[in-house]
Ligand binder design. Structure first.
Ligand SMILES: Nc1ncnc2c1ncn2[C@@H]1O[C@H](COP(=O)(O)OP(=O)(O)OP(=O)(O)O)[C@@H](O)[C@H]1O
Ligand SMILES: [Mg+2]
Length: 142
C-alpha cells in the first residue's frame, strides 16, 4: 500500500488506521531518514492499539512500553544503540520473535539490529518529498 500524507496529522491518522489490522505478535519496522515522520506514525499507531499514553521519541531510552490498549506496544528507537551486543545484553531478542512476543513491537532504525528481528514483519517506509509531504509505503516481508 502506498499513501501520500500532506501534514503530520495525516501521518498520525494513517498509523492509527494501520493499527486496526494488527494482531498480537506482529512486528513493524520503519525505514526513513531523520525527521521523516516515523515517530508520528508510531504515535497514531499506538493510539490505534488503544493506549491513552502519548508516544514521545524514545531516543534516550531506546525502548518505551505503552500499555492500556489491546496489548502492549513496545516502541524502539535504535538510533543511539551502540552495538548489537548492547541489544543482546538488554534482552531485546524476545521482542523480535513472534513466538515470544506478548504484544507488538515497532522499531525505528532497525538496521542497527540487523538479523535480530525475525520475519515475518511489516515494513513502513517513509520518504520525504518536501517539507510537509511524505510518501508512505507499507509492505510485509514473510
Ligand atoms: N506529512 C508529515 N508527516 C509526518 N511528519 C511531518 C509531515 N510533514 C512535516 N512533518 C514534520 O516532520 C517531523 C517528523 O518528526 P518525527 O519525529 O516523526 O520523525 P522521525 O522519522 O521519527 O525522526 P527520527 O529519525 O529523528 O526519530 C516533525 O517535525 C513533523 O512536524
Ligand atoms: Mg523518531
Amino acid at each position: 500500500m502506498e499513501r501520500i500524507t500532506r501534514n503530520k496529522e495525516e501521518t498520525i491518522s494513517l498509523g492509527k488506521e494501520f493499527a486496526k489490522n494488527i494482531k498480537k505478535g506482529d512486528i513493524v519496522i520503519f525505514n526513513g531518514d531523520l525527521g521523516a515522520g516515523k515517530t508520528h506514525f508510531a504515535k497514531g499507531f499506538t493510539e490505534g492499539i488503544g493506549s491513552k499514553n502519548l508516544v514521545t521519541s524514545p531516543t534516550f531510552t531506546i525502548m518505551n512500553i505503552y500499555e492500556g490498549g489491546r496489548f502492549p506496544v513496545y516502541h524502539f528507537d535504535m538510533y543511539r544503540l551502540s552495538s548489537m551486543e548492547e541489544a543482546e545484553e538488554l534482552g531485546f531478542e524476545e521482542y523480535f520473535d513472534k513466538n515470544s512476543l506478548d504484544g507488538v513491537s515497532i522499531v525505528e532504525w532497525p538496521s542497527q539490529v540487523e538479523g535480530l528481528i525475525k520475519k515475518p514483519y511489516y515494513v513502513v517506509s517513509i520518504e520525504k518529498l518536501d517539507d510537509n509531504t511524505r510518501k508512505i509505503t507499507i509492505g510485509r516481508e514473510e
